[in-house]
Design a protein around this ligand. Sequence first.
Ligand code: MG
Ligand code: MG
Ligand code: MG
Length: 305
Amino acid sequence: MSALVLGHMHPDTDSIISAIAAADLYSKRGLDVTSVAQGAPAPETAFVLERFGLTAPEVVENVAGRELYLVDFSDLAQSPAGMADATVMGIVDHHKLGDITTSLPLEAWIWPVGCTNTVLTNMYDFYGVEIPRPIAGGMLCAILSDTVMFKSPTCTDADKKAVEKLARIAGVDDVMALGMEMFRVKSAVDGASMKDLVFRDFKDFEMNGKKVGIGQLEVVDLSLLDGVKDGLKKEIARVKAEGRHSVFLLLTDIMKEGSELLLASDDPSVVEKAFGVPVSGDSVWLDGVMSRKKQVVPNFEKAFK
Ligand code: MG
Ligand code: MG
Ligand code: MG
C-alpha cells in the first residue's frame, strides 16, 4: 500500500497543492506515495486546480494502518481518524510545531516561511528535481494565497523568491493579476451555506485545556459579507455549542489589511486580553491583523494562560 501525502482538515489551497507537489517529488525520489486530502477543494482551490489542469486528491477519512507524509500541519486536532494507528514518516510545514510525535526518525522540513509550497520549492531544488509546469502554477497560487499576495506578516523573502521561480516555470507573466483573480473567487459567498462559510478555513486548537475554534474568511472587500454576517454569528454560536469554549471567525479585508473578529465565547474578555482592544457585543475590528498563525493564535494562547 502506498504511503499517503496528506494536508490538514478543512483543506486550503496550500494543503491540497502541497500534497500534490510533495507526492510528485517523493515519487521521483523513488517512494511509493499517493496524495490525498481531508475534504473536497474550496472554491479558491477549485479555481487553481482548474486553471492549471490539476486533479483534486482523493478524499480520505481514516488513515489507520497507513504510512503518512504530512504537509501544512503537525497537530493531532487537524488530523483524520485513525492517527493513533498510522506511522508518520515525514512533515513539510510552516506552522508552529504541533503535538504529533513519532516512534521512528522522520524527515521533517519545517521552516518559518509564509507557505508550505515555499519549503517544497526549495526541496525540489535540494533534490535536483524539476517542477512540472502545472504543479508550479498551483504552488505559485498557494504561496499567493497563504501570504495574501505578500501582505501577510508571515511573508518572507524566501516566499517572494519562490514565487519568482515558479512564475517562470508556469509561464505566468502577471502574478498579482492572477492573485487578484484568485482572491475574487475566494470572496464569493453566494450559494454557500453558513456552515460551509464558517468551516471553509477552520481550525481547532487546544488552549490551556480548552477547545478553541478559529475560522477565517479572506475577501477583497468586507462589504461583500454584509448580507451574511448575522447568519455567520448564529452559526459560530451553534459551532461553539458543539463543545467548544470559544469560536472566533476572522473576516479579513485583504485591501484594508485588517480583520473583523466575530466571537462566541464563554469568556469574551480573552479577546480584550489577546488584542488590547475593548470588546462589547459579538464583534470587534482588529486593525492590521491578517494572519491567524502569526497574529491570532499566539495572542489567544497567551490570553488563555
Ligand atoms: Mg493551510
Ligand atoms: Mg499553509
Ligand atoms: Mg490561510
